[in-house]
Ligand binder design. Structure first.
Ligand code: NIG
Ligand code: FE
Length: 416
């Protein structure tokens, strides 16, 4: 295997460089290189430039030349910055009940809701969870998603949360996609825990956090702030402890009612995700902070709820990433590109803003600085779409799938 590879010529290569992390982006601001090539060294991008010029360099480096025939558009590998793909069981019954007009409470009383998935996930052994997570991750990789955040949160006891996070770690070792694990022990108060919300969180932070560090299972801590889950006053001591131990903070915020985004801002969280219920006040607060707002259109589509006010967030100067929230309950579709395009139509986002949301702004939502853009030194994670203009990718709303997916300098998938 040669150390260097040159791929091209590429009709349009969108580097996603020189764009602001915050605020609106016009399509005209995109830097688009025509007749481009990517020179790869190992797992990283060595040079991006005109294919004809790079060809000369490639000869002197004895690079493998992968010549493309026809029109190809190149974009960075997609980043799904919020998923719950480590789970067991189905919540198809919840979906049917919801659409038949049943309330959250009625569904929970019928044995549905998050607790149903907790019960099913607890029944699965670690290997089963590893296997199903690998399967889902590989499916996402084929659609061009090269980095996937994966949350725990269906264990809700020390041993069960460890089981999930160990399964995610093992899955990461067996899929070519990068899995970024997040601890969501603060998903809901487990029904079998004999205590109040504060006591549960105190217990978990004392017993689970040190083990997460010891086994290097995650450096990210999430919680669901909502009346049905945890209140801000429950979460502050939990997050403070997590922060003091070096965890990055991320929050399920403002999904049905406000409160979570304020916690995210006050705790200097990396991201505040959901935000469907955010009002002007929350949007302004987020825009004046370094917190990345993450829209989860899959949850709006799955629940039939309003979309995150993405346009307002961007126009107020906020940073907007877009993720799938793939989970068995609220977001069972798990199709990031389709969902991002649909959010684009409802919220009037430019194609540049949609693409930024699932590339470099997604990377920022995970505090990752080595991906999401195509430039020297970045990971060689990119997608090639067989079409003549990047607009086609968004126009076809997820139906145009990548012809080639490249991860860390190797081809993962080719449709030819
Ligand atoms: O992000 N909002 C809370 N948690 C998940 C839903 C999880 C579930 O329903 O299983 C979410 O939408
Ligand atoms: Fe979620």
């Amino acid at each position: 295997m040669k150390k260097y590879k040159l791929i091209g010529p590429i009709t349009q290569l969108l580097t996603m460089e020189n764009l602001s992390v915050k605020g609106a982006i016009k399509d005209e601001e995109l830097s688009i290189l025509e007749n481009a090539g990517i020179l790869i060294e190992g797992d990283q991008i060595h040079t991006i430039g005109k294919f004809t010029e790079l060809s000369k360099q490639a000869d002197s480096l004895d690079a493998e030349i992968i010549e493309l025939h026809g029109n190809y558009i190149c974009v960075p590998g997609f980043i799904d910055a919020h998923t719950h793909i480590c789970f067991s069981g189905s919540r198809a019954r919840d979906y049917a009940m919801r659409n038949a007009g049943k309330s959250y409470l009625e569904i929970a009383e019928a044995g549905g809701g998050i607790w149903d998935t907790v019960t099913q996930t607890r029944k699965a052994d670690q290997q089963q969870l590893t296997n199903s997570t690998i399967k889902r991750a590989n499916k996402l990789l084929q659609t061009g998603i090269t980095t996937i955040e994966v949350k725990s949160g269906y264990g809700l006891s020390v041993q069960e949360e460890l089981k999930m996070l160990r399964a995610i770690k093992d899955a990461n070792g067996s899929t070519e996609a990068d899995l970024i694990a997040t601890c969501l022990a603060g998903h809901m108060l487990p029904k079998d825990f004999d205590g109040d919300h504060k006591a549960y969180l105190e217990f978990m932070s004392n017993s689970l956090f040190p083990l997460l560090k010891k086994e290097k299972l995650t450096n990210r801590m999430d919680a669901f702030i909502e009346k049905s889950a945890f209140l801000p006053s429950d979460i502050y001591p939990y997050f403070k402890k997590a922060k003091a131990m070096g965890f990055d903070i991320t929050v399920h915020a403002d999904q049905f009612s406000v409160g979570g985004s304020e916690v995210a801002v006050k705790m200097n969280a990396i991201s505040a995700d959901h935000l469907e219920a955010s009002t002007e006040d929350e949007i302004e607060m987020l825009a004046n902070s370094d917190v990345i707002s993450v829209a989860l259109p899959g949850a709006s589509i799955g629940l039939g709820c309003d979309f995150t006010p993405a346009r307002k967030i961007l126009d107020s100067g906020g940073a907007l990433a877009i993720a799938s929230d793939w989970n068995p309950g609220s977001a069972p579709m798990g199709d990031l590109l389709t969902q991002a395009c649909i959010l684009g139509t409802f919220e009037k986002l430019s194609n540049a803003e949609v693409l930024a949301g699932i590339t470099f702004r997604g990377a920022k939502a995970l505090n990752l600085h080595d991906r999401g853009q195509l430039s020297p030194g970045m990971l060689a994670d990119f997608n090639l779409f067989q079409t003549n203009h990047y607009n086609e990718i968004f126009y076809q709303q997820g139906k145009l799938v990548p012809s080639q997916v490249w991860k860390r300098g190797d081809i993962m998938y080719s449709k030819e």
